[in-house]
Design a protein around this ligand. Structure first.
Ligand SMILES: Nc1ncnc2c1ncn2[C@@H]1O[C@H](COP(=O)(O)OP(=O)(O)OP(=O)(O)O)[C@@H](O)[C@H]1O
Ligand SMILES: [Mg+2]
Length: 366
């Protein structure tokens, strides 16, 4: 699934003959030529560029990509949510679900996941949680009683921080543990019992304020870290004696841009950040690819979950009994065309992977 945002913020020059700086600004603000030829199924996106070669000849390039669903810049949050709602809901049936937002800095990942402050701008996290509450309420008539809890973590430079922690910036050391039943826990993090969907808004606000504390310590940190919101849901059916356990992980990945543009080259801290991001994003791609190969019947293939904190944390939500979806956010700017192509190629690799058939985690009474 691809979402391209409309946030460009155009700029124009007031001078009759623009200075080289103005020209540079105009070039940076120019929109890329992006078209959406498939008006029926909305599955295709085409990028075009024209440039002049050293010999003065015009060179035109075109790249077409296909995905399950492509959203145009004027798509609404509610349209995007429609596409993921079924998947998000399946955590109430005992599935482990993962939704990732991937894209370069400023492309709209956080806007997609958390959204703005108005009802119509609400992102995937509040919408998904609201839906899970609504569905679990409906299932009460069938004897199901659900307990829900939320956790919100940040992975920065391969270190886990609790975004719902108390007090000052998180100094605790957190470890990821997987138990035999397929449950993942992280030591010493706050797990908040959720009793209503509205509560999630205050959790998002709390996480946001803690991120702000961190970003005064380290420049623009939220762009440089992954954040993982996890809703764990436990259901018991008093009528049938069945029980189920599922989770919904909504992941806002760190900016995927490559080293040159972020200006990290001369800055040691920035370089370290970029290297951790590159490492974990490629680890994510490798894990998904390895899972796909396993799905093709290669048996006990080694899946390199341990290559990054992100993949290790999500191990149980990426393997066989899980459902995974990636939202790719693209910049509309011509200046970002190369970065957009990199993102589209990464997403194509992910999209061509069939992870295997998801299994529900329902326990029958023994
Ligand atoms: N579809 C949209 N409609 C309106 N505004 C948007 C949309 N998408 C993004 N924006 C705005 O564009 C800006 C950048 O978006 P956002 O912060 O979500 O990017 P990001 O991918 O999370 O960047 P970073 O990697 O730096 O965290 C924000 O001000 C956001 O509100
Ligand atoms: Mg962001």
């Amino acid at each position: 699934m691809v979402k391209s945002t409309s946030s460009t913020g155009g700029s124009s020059s007031k001078l009759a003959s623009p200075t080289p700086e103005d020209e540079e600004k105009l070039r940076e603000a120019a929109k890329a030529e992006i078209t959406y030829p498939d008006k029926m199924d909305h599955k295709e996106i085409v990028l075009r560029s024209s440039s002049e070669s050293a010999t003065g000849q015009e060179r035109k390039d075109e790249w077409a990509f296909n995905f399950d669903r492509v959203f145009e810049p004027n798509s609404t949050q509610s349209e995007v949510f429609e596409e993921i709602s079924q998947l998000a809901q399946s955590c109430t049936d005992g599935y482990n679900v993962c939704v990732f937002a991937y894209g370069q800095t400023g492309s709209g990942k956080s806007f997609t996941m958390e959204g703005g402050s108005t009802e119509s701008n609400a992102g995937m996290i509040p919408r998904a949680v609201e839906q899970v509450f609504r569905v679990s309420d409906e299932l009460k008539s069938k004897g199901w009683i659900y307990k829900m809890e939320g956790q919100f973590l940040e992975i920065y430079n391969e270190t886990i921080n609790d975004l719902l922690g108390k007090g000052e910036f998180d100094k605790k050391k957190h470890e990821i543990k997987h138990d035999k039943s397929g449950r993942t826990t992280v030591t010493d993090v706050n797990i908040i019992p959720l009793t209503s969907a509205n509560q999630v808004r205050s959790l998002l606000a709390l996480a946001q304020s803690r991120r702000t504390v961190a970003s005064t310590l380290m420049n623009e940190r939220s762009s440089r870290s992954h954040s993982v919101f996890t809703l764990r849901i436990l259901g018991e059916n008093a009528m049938t004696g069945e029980s189920c356990e599922g989770s919904l992980n909504l992941v806002d990945l760190a900016g995927s841009e490559r080293l040159e543009k972020s200006g990290a080259g001369n800055d040691k801290d920035r370089l370290k950040e970029t290297q951790s991001i590159n490492k974990s994003l490629s680890a994510l791609g490798d894990v998904i690819a390895a899972l796909g190969e396993k799905g093709e019947g290669k048996g006990d293939k080694h899946i390199p979950y341990r290559n990054s904190k992100l993949t290790y944390l999500l191990q149980n939500s990426l393997s066989g009994n899980s459902k995974t979806l990636m939202v790719l956010n693209l910049s509309p700017l011509a200046y970002h065309l190369n970065e957009s192509l990199c993102s589209l190629r990464f997403a194509t690799k992910v999209n061509n992977t069939t992870i295997g058939t998801a299994k529900k985690q329902i326990k029958n009474p023994s």
